[in-house]
Write a protein that binds this ligand. Structure first.
Ligand SMILES: [Zn+2]
Length: 239
C-alpha cells in the first residue's frame, strides 16, 4: 500500500496536503476538546464561540491553548512535509490547525483555514498584540486610549465565517492538485471537508491517513489508519 503512495508521489506534479489536529497530537499537543473537557461548565465549542469573546472562560481557554502550543514542537511529519515542499513536490498545505507548527518546521506555503494564535487583535480598532498579552495580563481590554475593544486571538471562532482569501486560495490549490494527502483530520468540519470532495470530482488521487474513520473514506484512493509520522517516514525512505 505504501509502495502505491510512493509511486503516486513520484508521478504527481502538484501535491496539496490537508492537515488537521491529528498531525499535532503526534507532537503531544492536546486537541482542543481535551484540557479537562468542560470549561466553566461549558463545552469547548461554546467557549470558543464568537458570542463568548470577552468572557473569562474564553480568555482562559485560549491562554491555555497558547501555553500548550509553546510547550510543544513540530514533529517529523511536519518536517517531512517541509522537505517535500522544498523539493518542489508539495505545493501547498491547507490546515485547520492554529499552532503554526507547519511554519515552525519550515513550510512556506501554508493556508490557515482557521487562523492562528501567533498574535491577538482588538475586535474594534484592529490593533495587534503579541500573544504573550494573554499570558501576562489580567485584562483583555485594548490598550489604545479611548478604545473599548476586546483583544482576541486571530482564530476563526465557532459562529464565524472562514477567511474569504484563505478559502479562495484553498480552492484554487485543490483545483490544480493531482494528488491530495489528507492527514489527521476527521473531516467533520464544514466547509473544510468539501475540499476533499472537490479534489475527488476533479479526478485527483486522494491518500487519507487518520486514525479514525471519516465520512469521506469512500473517496480515498488509498486509506491508511496509522500514525502520520510513521507512515510519512516510511514513504520518504521509499522515494
Ligand atoms: Zn482597540
Amino acid at each position: 500500500m505504501l509502495k502505491e503512495v510512493v509511486d503516486y508521489i513520484r508521478d504527481s506534479k502538484y501535491i496539496v496536503v490537508l492537515t488537521g489536529a491529528g498531525i499535532s497530537t503526534e507532537s503531544g499537543l492536546p486537541d482542543f476538546r481535551s484540557n479537562g473537557g468542560l470549561w466553566d461548565g461549558k463545552k469547548p465549542e461554546e467557549i470558543s464561540h464568537s458570542s463568548a469573546v470577552g468572557s473569562t472562560a474564553f480568555k482562559h481557554f485560549f491562554t491555555k491553548r497558547i501555553v500548550n502550543i509553546n510547550e510543544h514542537k513540530p514533529n517529523n511529519a511536519h518536517e517531512i512535509l517541509a522537505d517535500w515542499e522544498a523539493a518542489g513536490k508539495v505545493k501547498a498545505i491547507v490546515t485547520q490547525n492554529i499552532d503554526s507548527f507547519h511554519q515552525d518546521a519550515g513550510s512556506k506555503r501554508v493556508i490557515e483555514m482557521h487562523g492562528h494564535l501567533r498574535n491577538l487583535k482588538c475586535n474594534i480598532c484592529g490593533t495587534e498584540y503579541n500573544n504573550s498579552k494573554y499570558l501576562q495580563d489580567d485584562s483583555d481590554e485594548c490598550e489604545v486610549k479611548g478604545c473599548k475593544g476586546i483583544v482576541r486571538p486571530e482564530v476563526v471562532l465557532f459562529g464565524e465565517y472562514l477567511p474569504e482569501d484563505a478559502w479562495f486560495q484553498a480552492n484554487e490549490e485543490i483545483s490544480k492538485a493531482d494528488l491530495v494527502m489528507v492527514l489527521g483530520t476527521s473531516l467533520q468540519v464544514f466547509p473544510f471537508n468539501t475540499l476533499v470532495e472537490s479534489a475527488y470530482s476533479n479526478g485527483a488521487k486522494i491518500v487519507l491517513i487518520t486514525k479514525s474513520e471519516t465520512p469521506f473514506d469512500y473517496v480515498a484512493t488509498v486509506r491508511i489508519h496509522d500514525s502520520i509520522g510513521k507512515v510519512l517516514k516510511e514513504i520518504s525512505c521509499g522515494l
